[in-house]
Structure formats: C-alpha cells, structure tokens
Design a protein around this ligand. Structure first.
Ligand code: MGD
Ligand code: MGD
Ligand code: MO
Length: 768
C-alpha cells in the first residue's frame, strides 16, 4: 500500500487495448478486495481510505452509496462490512481529485463534450457552483445566492409549473427527497420523474396491483432461512455483491438456488467469501443448484409454465389461496390451456429443464423470489412480475418466514425516495396528508415520468430541467433524442458531485450545483447533521459521513432545496409559509414532518436512531393483509407474449460490466466476463456469429430496428459468448442510443433496455 500514490486522472482509453480472455469460474475472494483497495488508495490516499471504509455500513457510520442491498443486524456486522464494488463507489466519491474554477476556465464545454464518460468522471469532485450563460463557451463560477435567484427567476417566468421537470436519482437522502417533493408540489407540479422510472417501476406497478404494496415482502433473515431462492434477471456478483454472503449463509443451512438468466453469470455459480477463511483458501461455495439459460424476454412464458406444472401436480397452498386471494379460478383456467410450443419458443428451454425448475419449487417449504433489471426492463415486464406474484400466492409464500418477494433495488436510496413522495403519480392519500400538514393544495393531476419528461422537453412543453443527482442524459434511452431534448431547455440545473455527460449537454443556460456526498460530514446550519435512508428490504436507518467535504463551498442537498425554495416563493404565497430555514438548520425538523405525512413513519425521528433503525410496515408481510381494492391478494391472468425477432436479427440486452456504477465508469475491465481494457463490445453466441457471417473480433455497427426506424451505434467488437441462440448483450450506457424512446413496458413506461431488436453490420469505421 505504501507504494501507492494518488494517481493523476487516467486519460482517454483506447479500445485497441481490448483483450478477451476466459471467463473465471469463481468470483470475489481476496483478489477482488485487493483490487478495490488499490483503487481506493489511488483515489483517496491511504489515510482517507481507512477512515472512510471503517465507517461504511456501520451503525454509527454511513450508508454505502452503491447498491440498496440490506445490512445485517448490528450485532452481525463485520468490521469491514463492504464489498469490492462498494469500495469503488466510495473511492469514486471520496477521491482527492478536484474540478475547480481553473479546470472550467481551461476546458470549453465543447471540448469537454468530446471526452468519454470515463474521462469526465476521473477528473474529480466539483468544488463550487458554475454557470454556462447563453452564448458562453465555458462554465464560470457563480455565487450560491445568485444561482438560486437565477433558477427562481426561470421558474417564476414559466406559463405553468408543469413546464418544469424535477428529476431525482436514487442516492438522495429521505430528508432531501421529502423537502424536494414538497418544494415541487408547493410550486405546483407533480413532474417528479426519477431513476426508478427506468429501473423497478414495473415492479412497483405489478406488486401494487397484486398484493397492494409496491415493495418487497422479505427481510434479510428470510433470505438466509429460505428453502429455495430464485434469482431471476439479476447479476448479484457484480451489482449486489453483499447478497452473495446472504446466499452463502442460506446455502450453509441447506437452501437451494435457482438461477434464471440467459448468461451463466460467474457470481451465481461459485463464490469465495473474503470474510471467511474458507473463502480465502478453499474452493468457495457452489451457489446455483440449477441454472436455466432462458432466452431474453422468455421469463413470462417460463413463469406461466411453472404455474401450469405446479397446478397439474397439485402443489398449491389451498388454505392460503382460499383465505387470502381472489382470482384463482380464472388464473388456473388460463394455465390449463397453456400453449407449450410457444413456451419452448419463448424460453429456449426444454420440457425437462422447465420441469427441473418447477420440481425445485414444488419441493420447497419456503421460496424467496429475487429479481432485478433482466425482468423489469421488458415490454411485458409488468405481466412477468405479476406471474412471479402468482407463483408466490400459489405456494402461500407471502407473510411466511423464509419466503417472499424480493425485488432487489438498485440505487442505495431509490426505495426511500419513493416512500418520501418522489413520484410522478402520487397516491391521493399522500397528497391529502401533505395538504393537511402544510396547508396548500398540491396539484392533483399526474406529472411526467422519465420518458414523458423527455418528450415534453423535446416538444417544447417543458422548458426547465432540474436534477437532484444522476446523469439523466446518459441514463435515459435514445441518447440522441434525449440530448436534443436537453439542449431545447431554457435552463438545466444539475445538483451533482462529479462531472458527467449531463453537464456537457446543457440547456441554453446551465447550472452545476456541487453537493456533499454520503461519505462527507454535513455541518449545515452549524451543527452535525445526519440523514436517513431506506434499503431494499424496507429498513430505515441513519447515515452520517465521516470525511471532510471535498470543498468548503459544497452544500447539502437539503440546503440546496431549502435555499431554492426561499428564493422561489414570494412572500404571502403558500410555499413561503413552509419553514425552510428551520428545515435547513435542523434536519430533525424535516423528520418530524415526515412522521406526520408519510404512512408508517410515526415517531420517525426517534425510531431511526435505534441501532439498525426500524422496518417500514408492510401489511402482506406483517399480517397477510392485502390493501388492494378487493382486500385480498389478486391472482392475475396475462396473455403469453413472445418477443419475436425477424430472421437475421438478435435480441439485445444492455447490462452492466463489473467496473461501473450505472453511468459512472470505474474502469474498463469486466473481469467476470473475461473482458479487459474496453467497453464497446457485443456478446453473441458463436454459432449465431457464424450464421450471420461475422467472426470474433470483427468490428460491427449495432443497428436497432423499431417501428420502421433505425438507430445506429458504431464500432463494437464482437465477442463470442455462451448464451441462448438469438440473444446478444452490450454494455449500458454505450448502447443506450439503440433503445427507442417510445419502446416501453406496458403499464409502467420503463424503457425496454433489455429487449432491443438489432442487426450487426460490418463497421465502416471505428467508434465515433
Ligand atoms: N457495482 C454496481 N452495482 C450496482 C449498479 C452498478 O451499475 N454497478 N447499479 C445499481 C442499479 S441502479 C441497479 S438497478 C442494479 C442492477 O442490477 P442487475 O439487474 O443485476 O443489473 P444488470 O447488469 O442490468 O443485469 C441484469 C441481469 O439480467 C440478465 N438478463 C437480461 N435479460 C434477461 C431476461 O430477459 N431474463 C432474465 N431472466 N435475465 C435477463 C442479464 O444477463 C444480467 O445478468 O444494480 C445496482 N448495483
Ligand atoms: N440501456 C440501459 N439504460 C439504463 C439501464 C440499463 O440497464 N440499460 N438502467 C437504468 C437504471 S436501473 C437506472 S437506476 C438509471 C440510473 O440513472 P441515474 O441515477 O441518473 O444515473 P447514475 O449514473 O447513477 O448517476 C451518476 C451521477 O450522479 C451524481 N451523484 C453521485 N452521487 C451523488 C450524490 O450523493 N448527490 C448528488 N446530487 N449527485 C450525485 C454524479 O454526478 C454522477 O455522475 O439508468 C437506467 N438506464
Ligand atoms: Mo436502477
């Protein structure tokens, strides 16, 4: 370690360094942690690394800014309660590199726009507010008060509050999220799109309809004590590495794991736990007992087939069905006529493979269903998740120890943000509670979600775009359309920690407001502040960063919201009556309002301080009560849909490499898939390659075909990779330009990032 120095930012990468090797058969282990610690020391220095990592995910520390996987009980936490990718997330945020006024003076925006996302992110933390005015070539420093006045002036000048859009990325704390939605609704709109519109929205819609609650029904204990755990459309080895420890604990107790994934993801097949001696020297734990390599988009058919077999075998919990559900008869009726040839066509699986999966479920005394983006980002995602709910209901697997629904969320606080009211379609009861508490009439019509916001900006129906974190331009689908939409805006405002693509695709006027990150001490109002977050299993707890902020000019997100509100609301207006100064001075004042407005948050300010926090109520989990209109859990019937792909085309999914957090690129290696030194690759089955007249290593353009439109992403290297025939994979966000804005999930409007019809064409030139 002593030899490691804080390196200079790495420069542009060159895809000619790309190497493709073999896929490892085990993940994690000491090597992974060593890689991560080296990165941390490079970015932060050794002392800052140690100080920050020892507080990560500890009861008196801060919540990891990586994924939303739950923490063990305080007494079961390790001193080092983090994973390789958590260390990378902290290193990225706590880096010692800085983007200051000299940096902006040296680099015109046009030049910055020519750099890769990797390069932009590597430049360091933004240190003071900057503005790009119409006609200017460079961002220039601006004072905080002047910045707030500028935003307020734009917002007040709009013909309607619905001409402004307020995006949130799921890292925002509960306090900031609550204050933000309050500001936006007091201003007069529900235009609160968030990253979950591109993520688990399909889950929220499906679960709300079937069990009456949009969140999962399990605790970490349930996962660890399950008999069978299904992991569908999720790559935990990369995206939720701490989940592997829970899977390992479950296996130690005899659980079996069913992996459903077109790819044989390394994390699911073998795991070496760096926390345990056996993981360091031994062979590790074999995780998945059965892997079903389903075709991309084939899960709806697979889950219907599971249902049909379980019904045929009489493997159903009749007492549960009778007491707690409705709609069973028509569900069972629908499955009796299941069209098996279509099932095989859709799944690419044989009857034997499907039966093997169903036998696992049949023999299980308690099943936990985990899923993520491989399920939610398809045209028929909502229907697919409703089938997961059907299977759980069929087996009585809700509200029972060791069983339940476990949508594995992405961003560390995406679930909390929704609980706090970051929602373009808020439930009327939430608006009633806001109205009663704050005495203004919130808008009652739904706002714009992510896709609708892009359309509105594109068409001139929205003119101001404000982002509380995230990288909207790069995360959203249809990159060229989204970029044009953003450039159409009169004003774009980004509250950010690091530079990203959204800063270099500005509106006519653009502001960057640099904020504190999760790892930093927050002394807003002259006192030590803490914030709260909610994890994927509805546990709410506090988070307090240990590090000195990257710059003395940074403000907290709560401060930014409150200060903007003070600049925006004219004296005498309902928004001005809200005590923004009190909120900023003491976040406890926000928490006391949360307690009175948000269901399940009684005594919030007291309960979050219990060790490990508290768990949000969840009627299906807690008491098998289902707050649907029928007051029962609802079996649903959905038509069997198959994603058909014309001859000579492939169905492309866009996924994450092991070296990124969403649009933040940490490095260029996807170790678990054998890729080194590059990201513009497309994974295709070797026989499909031969059939399509391409060879490994060829340079191709990916051309997406949708509704008679074509979109082209240039210069991808072909990598032969085992997966069902007819499927392909490329990395997000490089492939986002292929995802059509109007291609969305039915019922949730989530972009279909995992189901894009493409053809490969020999590339005329390398990537532009
Ligand atoms: N290190 C790291 N951690 C992260 C993130 C990150 O970028 N980096 N992102 C965070 C966020 S916001 C999220 S939402 C989560 C995402 O976590 P994941 O959902 O695991 O992320 P993806 O890489 O999109 O992986 C999707 C998986 O689904 C599979 N898949 C694709 N299509 C299908 C299909 O049709 N059926 C089935 N059964 N499987 C399919 C893919 O092969 C892949 O294994 O991770 C969070 N954690
Ligand atoms: N094709 C395709 N597209 C996808 C997906 C996919 O699988 N395929 N996945 C989708 C999913 S699941 C998601 S969740 C979205 C993600 O969409 P976003 O949440 O918008 O994207 P991120 O890349 O997570 O945002 C990173 C930026 O957040 C800022 N940031 C980091 N920490 C903080 C903080 O503490 N405060 C503030 N204010 N800013 C901070 C930094 O400036 C950083 O550059 O992308 C979606 N897009
Ligand atoms: Mo996500």
């Amino acid at each position: 370690m002593g030899l490691l120095r804080r390196g200079a930012p790495r420069t542009e990468y060159d895809e000619s360094d790309l190497e493709v090797g073999s896929v490892p058969d085990a993940v994690a282990g000491p090597h992974a942690v060593a890689v991560a610690l080296k990165r941390a020391a490079e970015q932060m220095g050794v002392v800052r690394s140690a100080r920050s990592l020892l507080k990560l995910n500890q009861p008196d520390g801060y919540d990891c800014p990586g994924c939303a996987w739950a923490d063990p009980d305080p007494e079961h936490r390790h001193t080092a309660e983090f994973c390789e990718n958590g260390v990378k997330a902290v290193a990225e945020e706590a880096t010692a590199r800085r983007v200051d006024r000299d940096f902006f003076a040296a680099h015109p925006v046009a030049e910055l726009a020519g750099h890769s996302d990797f390069w932009l992110g590597q430049q360091g933390r933004i240190t003071e507010p900057v503005v790009l005015r119409p006609g200017d070539t460079h961002y220039r420093p601006i004072g905080w008060d002047e910045a707030f006045a500028l935003v307020a002036e734009h917002l007040r000048g709009l013909a309607s509050p619905d001409e402004a859009v307020f995006y949130t990325s799921g890292r925002t704390s509960n306090e900031a999220a609550f204050a933000y939605q309050l500001l936006v609704r007091a201003y007069g709109t529900n235009n609160l799109p968030d990253c979950s519109n591109m993520c688990h929205e399909s889950t929220s819609v499906a679960l709300q309809e079937t069990i009456g609650a949009g969140t999962g029904s399990v605790s970490l204990d349930d996962v660890e004590s399950a008999d069978v755990i299904v992991v569908a459309g999720q790559n935990p080895g990369t995206n939720h590495p701490r989940m592997l420890s829970a899977l390992e604990a479950a296996k130690d107790r005899g659980a079996r794991i069913l992996a459903i994934n077109p790819l044989r993801e390394a994390g699911l097949t073998r795991f070496k736990n760096p926390q345990r001696p056996r993981g360091v020297v031994g062979p590790g734990t074999e995780l998945a007992d059965l892997h079903l390599p389903v075709k991309v988009g084939g899960d709806l058919a697979l889950f219907q087939a599971f249902g049909a077999l379980l019904l045929e075998w009489g493997a159903v919990d009749e007492a549960f069905i009778e007491a707690h559900t409705t709609g069973f008869a028509s569900y069972a009726e629908g499955l009796r006529s299941l069209d098996w040839p279509t099932v095989h066509d859709a799944t690419g699986l044989t009857r034997d493979q499907i039966e093997a999966g169903a036998r696992l479920l049949e023999g299980s005394s308690a099943t936990v269903w985990c899923w993520a983006m491989g399920i939610t980002q398809h045209r028929h995602a909502v229907a697919t998740i409703k089938e997961i709910a059907n299977l759980a209901l069929l087996r009585g697997d809700i509200g029972k120890p060791g069983a339940g629904l476990c949508p594995v969320r992405g961003h560390s606080n995406v679930q909390g943000d929704r609980t706090m009211g970051i929602w373009d379609a808020p439930p009327p009861a939430f608006l009633d509670a806001l109205e009663a508490e704050f005495g203004f009439s919130p808008p009652r019509h739904d706002g714009f979600d992510t896709v609708e916001s892009i359309r509105a900006l594109r068409d001139g129906r929205a003119k101001v775009f404000v982002a509380m974190g995230g990288n909207f331009v790069k995360a959203a689908p249809d990159t060229h359309v989204t970029e044009q939409a953003m450039r159409n805006a009169d004003l774009t405002v980004q509250a950010s920690t690091k530079l990203n693509r959204s800063h270099v695709v500005p509106g006519r006027t653009a502001l960057i407001l640099p904020v504190l990150g999760r790892s930093e001490r927050d002394r807003t109002g002259g006192r030590e502040q803490r914030v709260t977050v909610e994890d994927s299993m509805s546990a709410v707890h506090t988070s307090r960063g240990p590090l000195t902020p990257a710059s003395p000019h940074l403000r907290s997100e709560v401060d930014v919201v409150c200060s903007l509100a003070e600049a925006l609301f004219e004296p005498g207006s309902p928004g001005a009556a809200i005590p923004w100064a009190d909120f900023r001075a003491d976040y406890g004042a926000v928490r006391r309002r949360i307690a009175r407005v948000v269901p399940g948050c009684t005594d919030y300010d007291l309960r979050v301080d219990q060790p490990g926090g508290f768990v949000m109520p969840h009627p299906p989990r807690d008491s098998r009560t289902f707050p649907t209109p029928e007051q029962k859990a609802v079996f649903t019937t959905s038509p069997l849909q198959v994603l058909s792909v014309p001859e000579g085309r492939l169905l492309l999914q866009t996924l994450r490499s092991h070296d990124q957090f969403n649009t933040t690129i940490y490095g260029l290696d996807d170790r678990y898939r054998g890729v080194k030194g590059g990201r513009r690759v497309v994974f295709v089955h070797p026989e499909d390659l031969a059939a399509l007249g391409h060879a490994e290593g060829d340079l191709v353009d990916l051309v997406s075909e949708w509704d008679e439109e074509e979109r082209r992403a240039r210069g991808f290297r072909v990598v032969g990779y085992d997966q069902p025939r007819g499927c392909a994979a490329a990395y997000y966000p490089e492939a986002n330009e292929l995802v059509p804005l109007d291609s969305t999930a039915e019922g949730s409007q989530c972009p279909t990032s995992k189901g894009v019809v493409v053809r490969l064409e020999a590339a005329a030139s390398p990537a532009d």
